[in-house]
Design a protein around this ligand. Structure first.
Ligand code: CA
Length: 282
C-alpha cells in the first residue's frame, strides 16, 4: 500500500509538471488524476417505511423473492436461511444450519438460492420454488461475504476489494473485478445487490452503501448512512450498547440490501437491527 501511494504521488507530480499546472487544482481533482477514477456522486434517498426485524438476526444476506424477503443470518450456532414477511417481520419458514457453519450472503437466480459460508469453503444451494429445500453443496476456495447475480453469472465478494464473477452451478471463475474509487482500492466489500445494472455493496464497518459500475469496477455513487439507525428507528436501541451483548461482541453494523425492481424500493438493514427500512433513491 505504501509503495503504491508513493508511486501514485510520483505519477501525479509528473502529470502536473507535464501540464505546467503545479498549483491550483483542488484535492478532488488531484485524487482523480492519481487514481484515474472520478469521485463518486452522493446519492440522495427517501426513507419510506420501517418494518420489524428480528433483533437476534445477524443479517448477512437479504433478497426479495415473490413478495417476501429471504434472509441469511450468520454466527456459529445461529446461522439460518429464513423467509420473512416484509411488513410484520414474521419468520414464515427457517432452515437452521449446522452449528459449525457461519452463513453469509445469499442470491437468487431462476428459483435457485445460493448461500455463502464465511470460512467453511462451502456454498449451499437451495430450490426455493416452494418451501426452500437444500439440493447441494458446492466447494468455494476463498472466504464468502456477499453475493448477487447479473442474471447470468453469480458475483461474490470475499472481504477484499475484488468481485468474483462465477458460473452458477459450478462456481467456475470467469472474471475478477477490482473495485476502486478516487483514492484507490476499496476493500471490505460485503453484502451485495444488483440494482438496475449496478452492484450496490455494503462495506463492512463503513456507514455507507456503494454503487459500483460492474463494467469498470469504479465506485460511481455512495448512499451516506451515518447514524441511519439512530435517526430513523422508533425502537429502543439500548440493547445494542449493552456490555457483553452480541451487538457489542460482534458488531451491529449496517448490512443487508434487497431490491424490489417493480416498486423501485430498496430494503436495507443491519446485523441485529430492530427494523428493516424501505428506502427509494431520489
Ligand atoms: Ca442482497
Amino acid at each position: 500500500m505504501g509503495i503504491q501511494k508513493v508511486h501514485l504521488s510520483a505519477l501525479l507530480v509528473l502529470f502536473l509538471t507535464a501540464c505546467g499546472s503545479g498549483a491550483g487544482g483542488d484535492e478532488a481533482e488531484q485524487e482523480t488524476v492519481a487514481s484515474g477514477v472520478p469521485a463518486p456522486v452522493s446519492l440522495a434517498y427517501t426513507v419510506l417505511n420501517a418494518y420489524p426485524h428480528d433483533t437476534a438476526a445477524f443479517t448477512q444476506g437479504l433478497e426479495l423473492y415473490k413478495g417476501s424477503l429471504m434472509e441469511s443470518t450468520g454466527l456459529m450456532g445461529r446461522s439460518s436461511l429464513r423467509k420473512v414477511e416484509i411488513k410484520t417481520g414474521k419468520i414464515l419458514s427457517a432452515i437452521q444450519l449446522n452449528d459449525a457453519v457461519f452463513a453469509e450472503g445469499i442470491t437468487i437466480l431462476r428459483d435457485t438460492l445460493y448461500q455463502l459460508s464465511w470460512q467453511n469453503h462451502e456454498v449451499y444451494v437451495y430450490d426455493i420454488k416452494k418451501e426452500p429445500k437444500k439440493i447441494t453443496t458446492l466447494p468455494w476456495s476463498g472466504e464468502g461475504w456477499g453475493i448477487t447475480n447479473d442474471g447470468i453469472q453469480l458475483i461474490i465478494s470475499d472481504g477484499s476489494d475484488k468481485l468474483y464473477f462465477v458460473e452458477p452451478g459450478t462456481l467456475k471463475l470467469k472474471k475478477v473485478l477490482s473495485i476502486r474509487d478516487q483514492y484507490g482500492a476499496v476493500n471490505n466489500l460485503n453484502e451485495l445487490e444488483m440494482i438496475d445494472g449496478y452492484v450496490f455493496a455494503n462495506r463492512w464497518q463503513y456507514d455507507y452503501i456503494l454503487k459500483i459500475d460492474p463494467s469498470s469496477g469504479f465506485v460511481v455513487g455512495t448512499l451516506g448512512m451515518q447514524d441511519f439507525l439512530k435517526k430513523n428507528s422508533k425502537k429502543d436501541l439500548s440493547y445494542l450498547d449493552k456490555p457483553g451483548s452480541t451487538a457489542q461482541q460482534s458488531g451491529a453494523v449496517l448490512n443487508g440490501i434487497a431490491y424490489d425492481s417493480e416498486k423501485k424500493s430498496i430494503y436495507v438493514t443491519g446485523k441485529l437491527w430492530p427494523e428493516i427500512f424501505e428506502i427509494r433513491l431520489q
